[in-house]
Design a protein. Structure first.
Length: 152
């Protein structure tokens, strides 16, 4: 068993920061309005919005920063927060580099990514970004030598 964390790049940090700012504006702006521009603020509504902000932010950070790729004997285990995938090596068909972090089934935090195609997948592939890509590919190809390598 070998475990890899996800590489984190500047683009990902910017995207996460923008997402958190949008969540903050959507949830905390009504709180500020309620506190400063009304005569009798609804404190229950204020606490609900603050709780909503915290829950959304913690979930987003959990999904984004708790990303692991584990190479087991029979399968690749991909984990990002509550989302998990077991991909059997025998089902993998090809692997190639990808910089598309916005479309498809992806559990990653970097534009320097790998797209692994496999059978029995809803989306047809998964896009991942292991921190040590060369070592990850070497181990993956040892476990699944039948995989076609395209644009590596």
């Amino acid at each position: 068993m070998m475990e890899f964390r996800s590489k984190i790049d500047r683009t990902f940090i910017i995207m996460m920061s923008v997402a958190i700012v949008i969540i903050a504006l959507a949830t905390l702006w009504p709180v500020a309005y309620e506190l400063f521009y009304t005569n009798s603020p609804e404190y229950l509504a204020i606490w609900i919005m603050i709780a909503l902000f915290l829950v959304c932010t913690v979930f987003l950070l959990w999904v984004s920063l708790d990303i692991h790729y584990i190479i087991f004997d029979d399968y690749l285990y991909v984990k990002g927060g509550p989302f998990r995938s077991k991909i059997k090596y025998k089902d993998m068909t090809r692997v190639n580099k990808s910089s598309n972090i916005l479309v498809g089934y992806r559990i990653l935090s970097s534009k320097d990514a790998l797209e692994i195609y496999y059978k029995h997948s809803l989306m047809g592939s998964i896009i991942i970004s292991p921190d040590n890509q060369e070592q990850f590919l070497e181990l993956l190809l040892q476990k699944a030598p039948h995989i076609a390598q395209v644009r590596l």
